[in-house]
Design a binder for this molecule. Sequence first.
Ligand SMILES: NC(=O)c1ccc[n+]([C@@H]2O[C@H](COP(=O)([O-])OP(=O)(O)OC[C@H]3O[C@@H](n4cnc5c(N)ncnc54)[C@H](OP(=O)(O)O)[C@@H]3O)[C@@H](O)[C@H]2O)c1
Length: 281
Amino acid sequence: MRFLITGGTGTTGRRVATALADQGMSVRTGSRTPAPGAHQVRFDWADPTTHAPALTDTDGVYLVPPIGDAEPARLMVPFLERALGAGVRRFVLLSSSAIAEGGPGAGEVHRALRQLAPEWAVLRPSWFMQNFVTPGHLHVESIRAAQEIVTATGQGRVAFVDADDIAAVAVRALTDERPHNAAHLITGPEALSYADVAESVSKVTGREIRHRPVPVADFRERLIATGMPEAFARVLAAMDDGIAHGSEDRVDPAVERITGRAARGFADFATEHAAEWAPAR
Ligand SMILES: NC(=O)c1ccc[n+]([C@@H]2O[C@H](COP(=O)([O-])OP(=O)(O)OC[C@H]3O[C@@H](n4cnc5c(N)ncnc54)[C@H](OP(=O)(O)O)[C@@H]3O)[C@@H](O)[C@H]2O)c1
């Protein structure tokens, strides 16, 4: 099968592309700045002239919404229609555990997929463990510089999930002979508070890292100060508030059910990444 992986340079897209290629599939990854000779094509959600060339001879598409766009359906639904017209049958959308079908952001794309696509799956992962190690991410910088993790989640808990597990589910959704035609809630094996995460990081680094809960408005301002568009910062801050009220305090066995292997826990992840939390020099 031949696949287009949008967000192909990102956290999950990169992993999905590698796993498909390892299985001998034909893979083209989309990027706004494609690397020459790396099976990459120029693809920009905001530039429709890049869409048709990226869709040439494609059976399935992995859809990562444009980052920072609070209303991705405006760009993504016309793309879906064009892809269907070009003969693409299967679509796998990366959404979020916080977004239900028809909800804001990717929720509208989720609804459009179910209505329009012959074969589809929607991935609804919980928060990524990689948020704690991706360079430039708020948590990485604050752990390194100030030995703290700042959120508006209070004592709320989240079943953090490893991006490798999300990608493994995506690969099954793209390649299983029988289309899933379903949304998958994807979580890690246990729900943890950010204080629990801080404790895990403290244990593997030997430094005392703490969680500092702040009010939602303060957290929103912190996000805006990083350069995030205000509308998107509002959405993310509201999600933290949801976590504080228990919205993400749940575990789902989808990773093991779909891939046959258990989801990775945070303690194991922290042990592998301990060196990445060394203090900033
Ligand atoms: N982080 C979490 O905890 C979490 C939890 C649940 C769901 N999610 C969802 O996961 C998604 C990915 O988040 P992430 O932070 O891990 O990002 P990411 O996938 O690491 O990076 C963004 C990717 O999107 C591409 N991209 C950005 N703007 C684009 C545009 N206008 N046109 C085409 N491609 C574009 C980038 O490609 P180029 O720069 O190469 O063009 C890059 O490959 C988001 O939709 C988020 O809602 C995240």
